[in-house]
Design a protein around this ligand. Structure first.
Ligand code: ZN
Length: 101
């Protein structure tokens, strides 16, 4: 996969507190490891601390299914989404009559 340096504007949305001094820190660069996993390099903005570190960002479950699913992406439905989907299927099942869930 590719390594990309995020522009300051794009990096503004991703923040993490420095694990050593708790200063809010921004992403310096990122690298895709797969369609669902990225590695992010952070730099602490506290010049006295100077810590830089790597963190990961991973898509772990689906809240609302994509209308354009990719064949390589298999994210489980969240439990709430699974319940809503099952309830919708029951409502649409003619064998259930007037049962409401
Ligand atoms: Zn720090």
């Amino acid at each position: 996969m590719t390594t990309s340096t995020l522009t300051p504007q794009r990096a503004n949305g991703i923040r993490m507190q420095c694990p050593h001094c708790d200063t809010p820190s921004l992403v310096r660069s990122s690298r895709a490891l797969s369609r669902t996993l990225r590695e992010l390099e952070f730099q602490c903005h506290n010049h006295i601390c100077g810590h830089t570190w790597v963190a990961t960002l991973e898509a772990v479950r689906t809240l609302s299914p994509s209308s354009m699913p990719h064949q390589e992406v298999h994210l489980p439905l969240s439990p709430v989404t699974e319940l809503r989907r099952a309830a919708a299927e029951l409502r649409n099942d003619p064998r259930q009559g007037s049962l409401s869930v």
